[in-house]
Design a protein around this ligand. Structure first.
Ligand SMILES: [Mn+2]
Length: 344
């Protein structure tokens, strides 16, 4: 089932776009289920219409015609993901907000093994993505939680030094570490900023749940991190600024090459009710695609992308995956369109 996406998958070597499923949710701190994201998105993708009017205007009426391949789930990734999630859950249960880091020896051992597994995933994904990039493919990651795409960001930053990251998320993800997990889903953008100097700029959109230290990290970044807070976007719209103008401002904040990291919880929670850490507010589906359209329209080039934190309902509710499959289709289409029109 997983090898088919939108009902039209081709062999990876013949594809223009290679999608790598990573069913990993080691450090999800609240709701779980995002490990089932790739399978649920693949299943829901069958009902997405292959023609897209919005993308047709950009020369990509049916993105699948470029050749889409969804790789099979790697057995080692799946097995280590389960191990990491099981061990991490013990640590999360032992975590005491009042005394963070106060773990006993057994918990420290669990923590260290989880961090080791996260580092293994980073290395595996970096090699995997670099291999496909070397073959000239556009690569997309289908998560999984937001710790997943670090290796992909690393591989893309190496191939496209000076690139920017366009980050859709309810959270800033700038925590230095969360609950002791170095590779926490809440830390990915901190890691990108501190470990990947080739990333010139981080532009986050829709952020509405963050701590003071994260807020200060933005100010201390000397402009390398720019956040279009949900609060600011809402206030500007309430006082009459058209969203098209906001989308243009977001696009203009980015360098020429753009990697899109999309945490589904950047959207309104009605579009992702089962995601791990939903927050009221957020972008509509149309606003999110308008931002992608503005990036492409500005002549910037989308060089890679990921979609993370999509979780089907525990009762089989496929709504989150339905939205995820449609968002992924748009991301693929905009990335392809940007390759045709890039000029910045
Ligand atoms: Mn996130």
């Amino acid at each position: 089932m997983l090898e088919s996406i939108y009902g039209v998958g081709v062999a990876p070597d013949e594809a223009r776009v290679v999608l790598i499923p990573v069913p990993w949710e080691a450090t999800t701190s609240y709701g779980r289920g995002t490990g089932n994201g790739p399978a649920a998105i693949a299943a829901a993708s069958a009902q997405v219409d292959l023609f897209d009017l919005e993308l047709a205007g950009l020369g990509v009426p049916e993105p699948y015609r470029s050749g889409l391949a969804l790789l099979p789930i790697d057995e080692a990734v799946a097995a280590k993901g389960v191990e990491a999630a099981t061990r991490a859950l013990r640590v999360i249960e032992a975590y005491d907000e009042a005394r963070p880091g106060n773990y006993d020896a057994a918990m420290l051992a669990e923590l260290s093994r989880v961090n080791e597994l996260s580092a293994w995933l980073d290395g595996w994904l970096e090699r995997e993505v670099a291999g496909w990039l070397a073959k000239g493919k556009l690569v997309g990651i289908v998560g999984g939680d937001h710790s997943v795409p670090f290796g992909s960001l690393q591989a893309h930053a190496k191939k496209y030094p000076g690139m920017g990251v366009l980050h859709f998320d309810a959270h800033a993800d700038l925590r230095v570490a969360y609950q002791g997990f170095v590779g926490s889903h809440a830390s990915i953008m901190h890691r990108v900023m501190s470990e990947l100097p080739a990333v010139a700029k981080l532009v986050s959109v829709g952020v509405r749940d963050f701590c003071q230290a994260e807020y200060r990290a933005v100010a201390a970044s000397n402009g390398r991190i720019e956040i279009f807070w949900d609060l600011s976007l809402v206030r500007l719209q309430h006082s009459g600024t058209p969203f098209a103008e906001l989308a243009s401002r977001i696009a203009a904040a980015l360098p020429r090459d753009v990697y899109v990291s999309f945490d589904i919880d950047g959207l309104e929670p009605t579009l992702c009710p089962h995601t791990g850490t939903p927050v009221p507010g957020g972008l509509t589906f149309a606003q999110a695609t308008a931002i992608l359209a503005a990036v492409v329209g500005s002549g910037r080039r989308i060089v890679g992308f990921d979609l993370v934190e999509v979780a089907p309902g525990p009762d089989g509710d496929e709504w989150d995956a339905n939205v995820g499959a449609r968002l992924l289709h748009k991301m693929i289409g905009y990335a392809l369109a940007s390759q045709l029109s890039a000029r910045v």
